[in-house]
Design a protein around this ligand. Structure first.
Ligand code: AOF
Ligand code: ZN
Length: 422
């Protein structure tokens, strides 16, 4: 039995027919008993079981965090008689896909089993052969998929292949969780530009430093440890030159077994001190400096000699054109960037419409002071109706701090408003 076989006996508002592929995505609120061909099915029970195994597949996928970029995080679980008989996840780009690893780990014959995969099985010959073909060859009876793969090489073709081979395919189990886990991939595979997360740690009154510039530390140890997890997960980390000059940071990931992000310094006039820590540690992590024609060519050569990658972008009023920079970084397979400011770069990033997500760590303290820095400065806006809006807000405690996450509402960005002629 499969959800797509059932769709025509379920009230219409409970499902969404996918026009590209012959399967049905069930709305999560549907549950209950219903008759079909004289058999009573308990869909709720079936969904609970499916969610349970898909949850496990999501957990497996998460182990690949920070190691699969620009590929997706994918987990797979093979189930027979409600028992897990194989598990796998995608470990690194160029490596075996999750399904292949699950088959390799199988403890008994997989024929007739169900496979749960967080992302649609691929249908193309990439660095590895199509997973859909392998699933068919192995005699799998049912495939449960979290979300469709928007990669134009796949995009429904994997599901269609399985369906054509007579396999039951159900799509949309824990879709929201699968989508969130792969938010970076889902943007990058279509736009070929990095997913940008603006991160800031601040006091309750929005200050990122005191009047004397002291900022270490406003947020708690737990919040700072979480940031290091983010540095591991995302491919790049981006700061403005003022941050390098003021704090001389390393911008590495300091968790055991973690991966350092590629450091991207936005420095339109190439003011970077030659002894800055981000330049001194090229063996630990790569550094890219984005600059403009205002940069001194001798200094460019000297930095290149030190192993630094210099990108000269078009400039907007003497500043690095961040939109062009994103295109160039995308071409270098940088699929995600943690933007750690400071305030001027944060504003420019928001203004140019490159930010996708905001993560704010708020510490329970008040700093005050006209001259103490806030997370977003720059020119600012005059009208409240022009403010950049966030949506899908979530909050969670982090020791004494609060982590607030939200997504930029595209239509509220300056870049989009300007496109509309407003
Ligand atoms: C799956 N399972 O575990 C992954 C998939 O270069 P390749 O051959 O590894 O192909 C990468 C593409 O394959 C990637 O962009 C995405 O569409 C899909 N990734 N698919 O069935 C997996 N990692
Ligand atoms: Zn595959």
């Amino acid at each position: 039995m499969s959800y797509h076989m059932l769709w025509n006996c379920i009230p219409e508002h409970f499902y969404k027919k996918d026009n590209d592929i012959e399967c049905v995505i069930l709305s999560p609120e549907f549950s209950g008993l219903f008759f079909r061909f004289g058999v009573l099915y308990n869909l709720r029970e079936m969904m609970i079981i499916d969610k349970y195994f898909m949850q496990r597949a999501i957990e497996l996928a998460a182990i690949g965090q920070g190691k699969t970029n620009p590929n997706p995080l994918v987990g797979a679980v093979i189930v027979k008689d409600n028992r897990i008989i194989g598990e796998g996840f995608h470990e690194k780009p160029g490596g075996a896909h999750a399904e292949v690893n699950a088959f390799l780990s199988a403890t008994e014959p997989v024929e007739g089993a169900t496979i749960y995969v967080t992302l649609e099985p691929c249908a193309h010959y990439g660095k590895t052969p199509p997973c859909a073909d392998m699933i068919i060859e192995k005699g799998i009876k049912r495939v449960v998929v979290g979300i469709k793969d928007p990669n134009p090489l796949v995009a429904g073709k994997g599901i269609q292949k399985l369906f054509d081979a007579g396999i039951s395919v159900d799509v949309g189990i824990l879709a929201e969780e699968c989508q969130k886990q792969n938010e970076v991939f889902l943007k990058f595979i279509i736009e070929k530009k990095p997913y940008v997360i603006l991160k800031a740690g601040m006091s309750l009154d929005g200050k990122v430093a005191t009047t004397s510039g002291e900022s270490q530390w406003i947020t708690s140890k737990a919040a700072r440890a979480h940031v290091h997890q983010l540095r591991n997960n995302y491919k790049g980390i981006m700061v403005g030159i003022d941050t390098v000059i003021a704090d001389n940071p390393l911008l590495t990931c300091r968790i055991q077994g973690g991966r350092n992000p590629i450091r991207i310094i936005v420095d339109s006039r190439l003011r970077i001190p030659i002894d800055a820590k981000v330049l001194d540690t090229q063996n630990e992590s790569k550094t890219i400096i984005a600059t403009t024609h205002l940069a001194d060519s001798e200094k460019i050569k000297a930095l290149q000699g030190m192993g630094v990658d210099i990108i000269v972008t078009k400039s907007i009023n003497g500043r690095v054109n961040l939109e062009s920079l994103m295109t160039i970084l995308g071409e270098k397979d940088i699929d995600s960037i943690l933007l750690e400011g400071g305030p001027t770069l944060n504003y420019s990033a928001l203004e140019s419409g490159i930010v996708d997500k905001v993560m704010i760590y708020m510490a329970p303290m008040l700093i005050g002071g006209k001259s103490s820095k806030t997370a977003v400065e720059g020119e600012g806006i005059r009208k409240l109706s022009d403010a950049i809006q966030l949506e899908e807000i979530s909050c969670r405690p982090m020791d004494k701090d609060i982590l607030l996450e939200g997504y930029i509402m595209r239509q509220s960005t300056f870049a989009n408003k300007n496109k509309g002629g407003g």
